[in-house]
Design a protein around this ligand. Structure first.
Ligand SMILES: Nc1ncnc2c1ncn2[C@@H]1O[C@H](COP(=O)(O)OP(=O)(O)OP(=O)(O)O)[C@@H](O)[C@H]1O
Ligand SMILES: Nc1nc2c(ncn2[C@@H]2O[C@H](COP(=O)(O)O)[C@@H](O)[C@H]2O)c(=O)[nH]1
Length: 206
């Protein structure tokens, strides 16, 4: 499948900082839009339906799966998460750039459907720092944090399948790296597809 917009996928173990980084990136980049996923997870404290996620029942989620409404979906930390076609298709067809914040299973499904998608994996600087970020965030019970730490080992092992790996030690440095990846992809895309004919015509080149 091919659309005129760029597609970026950011994955990371829970607590590595991907939501914080993507949020900061979106504030700096008006051309980038984030996809809102569906999930069967219960909302955390400040989360709102339609802002962080579309919170759904498992029955509704599975019915959407049966109807082919997702580009990708996966079970993560015991809940279901998915990117609906509706969340990204119209935007990409319109030429907007879209970023997905999803787990590695979803990222690899997206790469199959959209080979030109750019996959970025965010790593924490250490396991201890990852645990401390989950604890400091204060949103998850100890048992949930332990489950996420254990799943993180499996997730990090998938990083080599991604196009880029960014270590989120210092937030500003990681944000700079993400911006550079987005910028480089736009230049590559412009050279390969979107603007080539216009530029060549302007320069009177064949
Ligand atoms: N570079 C950093 N240094 C210190 N703390 C950070 C850094 N980046 C993010 N954090 C903090 O770590 C916590 C986890 O970040 P965030 O919620 O963005 O992680 P996440 O990868 O999106 O997790 P999840 O997948 O569970 O949503 C937050 O409290 C955030 O403020
Ligand atoms: N495969 C998908 N994974 C998703 C999607 N939306 C979020 N996620 C990932 O789930 C975990 C947990 O998120 P949390 O908000 O409960 O902490 C995290 O790795 C997300 O990236 C999705 O649509 N598809």
């Amino acid at each position: 499948m091919e659309y005129p917009g760029n597609l970026f996928v950011v994955a990371a173990p829970s607590g590595a900082g991907k939501s914080s980084l993507v949020k900061a990136l979106l504030e700096l980049d008006a051309k980038l839009q984030v996809s809102i996923s569906h999930t069967t997870r219960k909302p955390r404290g400040q989360e709102q339906h339609g802002r962080e996620y579309w919170f759904t029942s498992e029955e509704e989620f599975r019915s959407m799966v049966d109807q082919g409404k997702f580009f990708e979906w996966a079970e993560v930390h015991g809940n279901l998460y998915g990117t609906s076609r509706e969340a990204i298709e119209a935007r990409m067809a319109h030429g907007d750039d879209v970023v997905l914040e999803i787990d590695f299973q979803g990222a690899l499904q997206i790469k199959q459907l959209f080979p030109y998608a750019v996959l970025v994996f965010i790593l924490p600087p250490s396991w201890e720092e990852l645990r401390q970020r989950l604890q400091r965030r204060g949103e998850d019970k100890d048992q949930v944090i332990e489950q996420r730490m254990s799943n993180a080992r499996v997730e990090v092992a998938q990083a080599q399948q991604f196009d880029f790996v960014v270590v989120n030690a210092t937030f500003e440095t990681a944000l700079f790296d993400l911006k550079a990846i987005v910028h480089a992809q736009r230049l590559k895309y412009a050279a390969q597809r979107r603007n080539r004919s216009a530029v060549f015509q302007a320069l009177n080149l064949p």
